[in-house]
Design a protein around this ligand. Structure first.
Ligand code: AMP
Ligand code: ZN
Length: 485
């Protein structure tokens, strides 16, 4: 097995990944804020995280995957400003927060299933870990990083050495909305301090969700839940923490500051930050009608697996521009890949007559494909290259089949593609042959008779008739194959 290289955002380098504990990996991925449907940008991130998990599993590592569900404390802006998104959601829909949380958590789980994203071993809401979050704030007080005011408890970033290290941004360059900041957070020591505990006073007097704490009734700041949940299940340090680039600052920066201030050791060995999905070249926005959900794609007749394929065509650290055309192209490619799987299945049935030389040659060729595929995927999850290895194999197979000198054993190739698909997650082993209507079979057989009689004009006419009905005939070595166009 080759070595796994991952781009570690902490060092900004590709590093060889070795688990901290023998045989298993602790993986924490920031989860959804369940006040609305997740958009396809979010799902791009969850897909690359799923590829990461499957790649580690392919390398025979057991992955303990933990994900949070944000159901409190994520304000309209990531920088502690505006209203809690959950309460906005409840007001928008005239429901209570619990109903909103349940509805959008279920929608998230259903979407991830459609996208063939494996469910984390632990998927847990922030509100189930309030005690743990309060305990963290207590420790931050003990260590001198937290301070209390009448409106909130804050983390004092000036006390944490290296606060800028992770994002490598000068603090003065990072803050937006400083004016609003000053008005709302009048008691902050530094503009970059962030909230650990909001108090249900002032602008949050009517906040629905609140819990008692040593600093008064209130609710936790958003960053706290990830520090509490990740270390609760995975201890500290754990192996890999992931998310999207928008989380580098402030979210991951603040998680690191809190957790490392408390424990005096690293939060996670690796941080992976996935690039964004753009829509029509720009940031997704509701106002411009470019914020799509999986539902929108399905309503236009696309299968979610086409979106998964599209995501795999770009490396997770490059921007991916979503257009309806690119989705349609991905769907076509996936269809061609599935056709190939069916072709291999058919050919496997009559593959017994290969001689030993052919079998040995096939083994060598397929072993080469394994090396190339693993090299790609183990090199910081290079899915476009991994797909290219499959397409190369398809081309070689087809070429040798055309030349009637089959050098690749179809059954072995099929097993190999299923094996690759354990990582890609395109459900290639679930493809079933289309049921062909009797009328179509009858037409195809009629054409076959014309062909035998060398009546090409009539044979071609039937081919056209079949095409008009959406069927295509392939003339294979062992008779014809009928398939959907
Ligand atoms: P949120 O629900 O906002 O906490 O986001 C859930 C995940 O989606 C996080 O890992 C974000 O970094 C990620 N994310 C948000 N917007 C995009 C986008 N346009 N493209 C890719 N990932 C995104
Ligand atoms: Zn998080």
């Amino acid at each position: 097995m080759q070595k796994i290289l991952l781009y570690n955002y902490i060092s900004r380098k590709k590093e060889i990944f070795t688990p901290l504990h023998k045989g298993w990996v602790g993986l924490y991925t920031c989860g959804p804020t369940v006040y609305n449907y997740q958009h396809i940008g979010n799902y791009r991130t969850y897909i690359y995280e799923d590829i990461l998990r499957r790649t580690l599993e392919h390398a025979k590592l057991k992955v303990k995957h933990v994900m949070n569900i944000t159901d409190v404390g994520h304000l309209a802006s990531d920088a502690d400003e505006g209203e809690d998104k959950l309460e906005t959601g409840a007001r928008r829909e005239g429901k209570n927060v619990q109903e909103i949380v349940k509805f959008y958590t279920d929608a998230f789980v259903a979407d991830t299933q459609k996208l063939n994203i494996k469910r984390p071993a632990v998927l847990t809401p922030a509100t189930a870990h309030i005690k743990k979050q309060i305990a963290l704030v207590k420790k931050l007080f003990e260590k001198g990083y937290a301070y209390d005011t009448s409106e909130a408890v804050y983390f004092d970033v000036s006390k944490f050495k290296g606060y800028e290290k992770f994002s490598r941004q000068k603090l003065s360059q990072t803050r937006t909305g400083a004016r609003e900041e000053v008005i709302i957070h009048t008691q902050k020591r530094n503009p970059h301090d962030f909230v650990l505990w909001f108090k249900t006073v002032g602008r949050f007097e009517r906040h629905i969700m609140h819990w008692p704490s040593p600093w008064g009734e209130g609710f936790p700041g958003w960053h706290l839940e990830c520090s509490a949940i990740s270390t609760n299940y995975l201890s500290q340090p754990f192996d890999i923490h992931t998310g999207g680039v928008d989380h580098i600052y402030p979210h991951h920066t603040n998680e690191i500051a809190q957790s490392e201030a408390v424990e005096g050791k690293q939060l996670a060995r690796f941080f992976l930050e996935g690039e964004h999905l753009l829509v029509q070249g720009g940031k997704m926005a509701k106002s411009s009608g470019t914020m799509f959900t999986l539902r929108d794609l399905e309503e236009k007749g696309f299968n979610p697996s086409a979106f998964r394929y599209l995501v795999l065509t770009a490396h997770y650290r490059t921007k991916l521009n979503f257009t309806w055309e690119s989705l349609a192209a991905a769907e076509q490619s996936l269809k061609r890949l599935k056709d190939f799987v069916l072709e291999l299945k058919d050919a496997s049935a009559d593959a017994k007559d290969r001689n030993n030389t052919v079998r040995a040659e096939s083994r060598t060729r397929l072993a080469k494909a394994v090396v190339e595929f693993e090299k790609a995927i183990f090199s910081d999850l290079d899915t476009p290259k991994a797909l290219a290895v499959i397409w190369k194999l398809i081309n070689e197979y087809r070429k040798s089949a055309e030349e009637k000198k089959l050098k690749i054993d179809p059954k072995a190739a099929l097993m190999l593609i299923y094996n690759f698909d354990n990582i890609l997650g395109l459900d290639l082993n679930k493809i079933k042959k289309e049921k062909i209507p009797v009328e179509i079979i009858a037409l195809a057989e009629k054409r076959e008779t014309y062909r035998k009689e060398k009546n090409w004009t009539e044979a071609d006419k039937i081919r056209e008739e079949l095409a008009a009905k959406g069927w295509e005939i392939k003339d294979a070595t062992k008779g014809m194959r009928i398939k959907k166009i």
